[in-house]
Design a protein around this ligand. Structure first.
Ligand SMILES: Cc1ncc(COP(=O)(O)O)c(C=O)c1O
Length: 404
């Protein structure tokens, strides 16, 4: 895997705003109007797991994809998608993407052999894609289709909800809901056997709640709980000197630094384990309409400010009314200095695909390598206010002006 950093990550302060949703109100949502919109969460069969990568790991098991098998994976990926394949002994075969991140079937056909058992397709950044042709291709070649909805919980194309076309779909719910962990394995086609999955202990449930509260407090979201949270943090120290058992050891294939596991690492504790009930509870309590409308408004705020510049361009310049964006992805021509300047100022930035598997080169896919180096994603989630989005935009515009 490519490990050469293009900068020293340690030089950056912690972002001053949360990159992912955090708890911002403890008002419980008991309204009947909290109907889940069509998407991966409305698949008939679902199981909540720790995060998206654990859902991929489980999907491989459900589909009986094992050591020696191969799987088609988009060249524009993150290492968190690859880790469950490596843990399962499954070899990724990378396929190229078009500039709008769509897939061309002929590019897949060239990569098929008898060991290829499945294909992963990704709905990037909240924008659902029409994967009917890929479904067709998968059926022709007897491949399992895994729909990666980590960025796109909601939406539909051609009348089919995301997550419903694949044999299996995965979601990374912590990207949309205010919980420190959360993922889903879903299927509209196959039952998912859950009996063999462990359930988190009570201690883990409490820890999840405390971590979610603490994170919110760190970002000043639950100020009125300040004293209570200090007490909770103290209690946590006391109670959760949780035995650092072998079970918590990182099982990443990259063993270079066990003390600081890479971000994409996976732990045995959460393999074949369901998500905490707390993370599911926090999902249920989230007001869906707020989640959708605020994300859309924030996305549009970014679009309005950045769509006519010459030094950058939004990857998706049109947001149709039903799109619920995960982030605002921006192609920045002179990316590295802009990125470094913003990080130094504490601006939250997500960089999907920043590090690609070393098997991916410009020969595999020019677009993916280009996006890996030039696309920054800015959070537009519901825990940020319009003023905070304004601050991100102002900082971004300044950094762009200074580095054009
Ligand atoms: C497209 C995609 N799939 C899967 C994953 C893994 O999800 P998680 O981080 O929830 O394990 C990610 C993580 O960012 C992702 O971006």
């Amino acid at each position: 895997m490519t490990t050469t950093a293009r900068y020293d990550a340690a030089q950056f302060p912690k972002p001053s705003l949360p990159a992912l949703p955090v708890l911002s109100s403890l008002k419980l949502n008991r309204t009947a109007s909290n109907t889940i919109p069509a998407g991966v969460l409305t698949c008939d069969h679902r199981v909540h797991v720790y995060s998206g990568r654990y859902a991929i790991f489980l999907a491989l098991q459900c589909a009986n994809i094992n050591t020696g098998d191969r799987i088609l994976v988009p060249a524009y990926h993150c290492l968190a998608m690859i880790e469950p394949l490596r843990l399962s002994g499954v070899e990724p075969i990378y396929y190229p993407l078009n500039a709008d991140l769509s897939v061309t079937v002929t590019a897949l056909a060239e990569r098929i052999d008898q060991n290829v058992k499945a294909i992963i397709v990704v709905h990037y950044f909240g924008f659902p894609q029409n994967f009917q042709a890929i479904r067709h291709f998968a059926d022709q070649h007897h491949l399992i289709m895994l729909e990666d909805c980590a960025h796109t919980c909601f939406g539909q194309t051609a009348g089919i909800a995301v997550g419903h076309l694949g044999d299996y779909a995965i979601a990374s719910t912590m990207k949309f809901y205010p919980s420190v962990h959360g993922g889903i394995l879903a299927s509209a086609q196959h039952e998912i056997e859950t009996d063999s999955l462990k359930k988190p202990s009570f201690a883990v449930e409490v820890k999840t709640l405390i971590n979610s509260l603490e994170l919110a407090h760190q970002y000043g979201r639950l100020a009125y709980f300040g004293q209570l949270l200090k007490m909770i943090a103290w209690l946590k120290l006391l109670v959760f000197k949780l035995k650092s058992t072998n079970a918590n050891k990182v099982v990443s294939v990259n063993k270079t630094n066990q003390n600081h596991p890479p971000e994409y690492a996976m732990t045995p504790t959460w393999l074949n384990c369901q998500a905490s009930r707390i993370s599911q509870f926090l999902m249920q309590q989230t007001r869906i309409t707020d989640l959708m409308q605020i994300r859309q408004a924030h996305y549009d705020q970014f679009l309005a400010a950045l769509q006519n510049r010459r030094d950058c361009h939004p990857l998706y310049p049109i947001r149709t009314p039903e799109i619920v964006p995960q982030v605002f992805p921006l192609y920045v021509n002179n990316c590295l200095p802009v990125f470094v300047q913003l990080k130094q100022q504490g601006v939250p930035i997500i960089r999907f695909g920043e590090f690609l598997d070393q098997a991916v080169t410009t020969k595999t896919c020019q677009v993916s390598v280009d996006y890996s180096e030039h696309v920054l994603q800015f959070p537009c989630h519901q825990s940020l206010s319009g003023n905070e989005i304004d601050w991100i935009i102002r900082s971004l515009v300044c950094a762009l002006d200074e580095n054009s």
